[in-house]
Write a protein that binds this ligand. Structure first.
Ligand code: PRP
Length: 218
C-alpha cells in the first residue's frame, strides 16, 4: 500500500474554495486546472496529489478508493447515498441551497394541494422525492443533468428542484423560488479503509482542514 494521498476535487467553486484549506495543511497545488487539461495535479508535497473529477463522481471515487479523500457538496452526497464514506467535516464552503422554483405565472400553492400531481424536473431526484413525499404531493419526476431552469419555460415540467446561490439564474429565466428545501455546503469525505491504512497523513489533513474552517455563521 503506497502512502500516496489522493484528493478528489471538482473544478470551479469547490476547487477554488478548497485551496485555502489545503494551504492550512501546508499543501499547494502546482497546476491551475483552468489552464491545463491534466486530470492529475501534483502538489508541493511529493506524497499528495489532486485528481479532478466531475462533482457527482467525487463520492464514487472516494467510496471505491480511487481517491482517499474528497470534497463534495451535501447535495451530491445525499444523492450518492454516502455509503462507505466517512464524513468527518462540514467545510462551510461552496454554500448554496436546494430550492423549488416555478414560472412566476404558475400557481404553486394550488398545485401542491393534497391529491394533486406535480411535474418536477431535477437532477436531485432523491432530495425532491423525499421532500414532496413529506408534503404529500404526488410527483412525476423528470430526471435531467443540467439546465433545469429551461424545463418550466418549455413546458417539460411545472417545477424544478435545483441549487440556488445568488438567484441570478432564476431571475434571468423569470422563475421564482417558492420553497427552500435545504441549505448546502461542501463536506470532507474519506475512504474508510484508507483512514485505517494511511491514518497519520490523513489525520494531519483532516485536522488542518478542521482548524481552518470558519466558525459557523447564523
Ligand atoms: C448551479 C445551479 C444553477 C446555478 C445557481 O449551476 O444549477 O443553475 O448554479 O446559481 P445562482 O443562483 O448564483 O445563479 P452550476 O453553475 O453549479 O452548474 P451546473 O449547471 O453544472 O450545476
Amino acid at each position: 500500500m503506497s502512502s500516496m494521498i489522493t484528493l478528489a476535487l471538482s473544478k470551479g467553486r469547490i476547487f477554488d474554495e478548497t485551496l485555502p484549506l489545503l494551504a492550512a495543511a501546508g499543501i499547494q497545488v502546482l497546476e491551475d486546472p483552468e489552464k491545463s487539461r491534466k486530470l492529475i495535479l501534483s502538489t508541493n508535497q511529493p506524497n499528495v496529489r489532486v485528481v479532478l473529477v466531475r462533482a457527482t463522481d467525487v463520492p464514487t471515487y472516494v467510496e471505491y478508493g480511487g481517491a482517499d479523500i474528497g470534497v463534495t457538496g451535501k447535495d451530491t452526497l445525499i444523492e450518492h447515498g454516502g455509503q462507505g464514506l466517512y464524513q468527518p467535516l462540514d467545510l462551510q464552503i461552496a454554500k448554496c441551497r436546494v430550492s423549488v422554483a416555478v414560472r412566476s405565472d404558475f400557481d404553486y400553492a394550488q398545485a401542491v394541494k393534497k391529491g394533486s400531481r406535480l411535474q418536477v424536473a431535477t437532477k436531485y431526484t432523491s432530495i425532491a422525492r423525499d421532500f414532496f413525499a413529506t408534503k404529500g404531493v404526488h410527483v412525476d419526476m423528470v430526471k435531467l443533468y443540467g439546465s433545469m431552469e429551461l424545463a418550466p419555460l418549455i413546458g417539460l415540467a411545472d417545477a424544478i428542484v435545483d441549487l440556488v446561490s445568488t438567484g441570478n439564474t432564476l431571475r434571468a429565466n423569470h422563475l421564482i423560488e417558492v420553497e427552500r428545501i435545504m441549505d448546502i455546503s461542501s463536506h470532507l469525505v474519506v475512504n474508510q479503509a484508507a483512514l485505517k491504512l494511511k491514518q497519520a497523513p490523513l489525520r494531519r489533513i483532516i485536522d488542518a482542514f478542521a482548524s481552518a474552517v470558519p466558525p459557523e455563521k447564523n
